[in-house]
Design a protein. Sequence first.
Length: 239
Amino acid sequence: MESLEDRLGYKFRNSFLLAEAMTHPSLAYESQRPHFDNQRLEFLGDAVLQLILTEDLFKMFPDFPEGRLTKLRSRLVSRRALARFALTIDLGSYVLLGKGEEATGGRRRVSTLADAFEALVGAVYLDAGYEESRELVLRLFQSEIEALASSPEERNPKGELQECLQAIQPEPPEYEILGEKGPDHRKVFQAQVRWRGLILAIGRGKSKKEAEARAASEALRNRVWEVEGNQKASGGSAG
């Protein structure tokens, strides 16, 4: 588990807590150790995570009412969002699964990844307390929190596309600026988004960021990966 600690940038004082956080209930069931799994730590970690992010959003948006703050927090702690955070540290590789769960793709299952991430937060909280847990969570969530700070009212098409694709395979989409046209004060950028060698869409905008966001929005509308998958499936069944 040392490589996981390296990815986290956190060294456990009590390695038993880390082992418990990474033990899926399926392994506990198979090993006849029903009380040793990550479900209790998941319960604790969920509460710790909610408190840390609630506090941060509360300070970041002092004029927002409860309803808007709740929606922003939901964007950060949805099951798919937590699974995406888990994928960024390759958490699935460290989860200890039962043979049946392993055989059915449990290592990449959204629920498994999200639960393990929450359990990990709970384990850090028990190991070191609130402040170190907060530092870890805010560091891991930094890019998402910055995105909220810059556009709290807008959809986040790049984040939505990444969640959608990584629910299928862990590879994130890749963006490329294809070019720019026009004078300096009226430039138009063209961006392309690809995933696993497949061109998903092209978008244009007044900035690189806007062009990438529009490419992501177009990709979500077209859903080329589904068309491609259906064509392969029909071609395979026809043969």
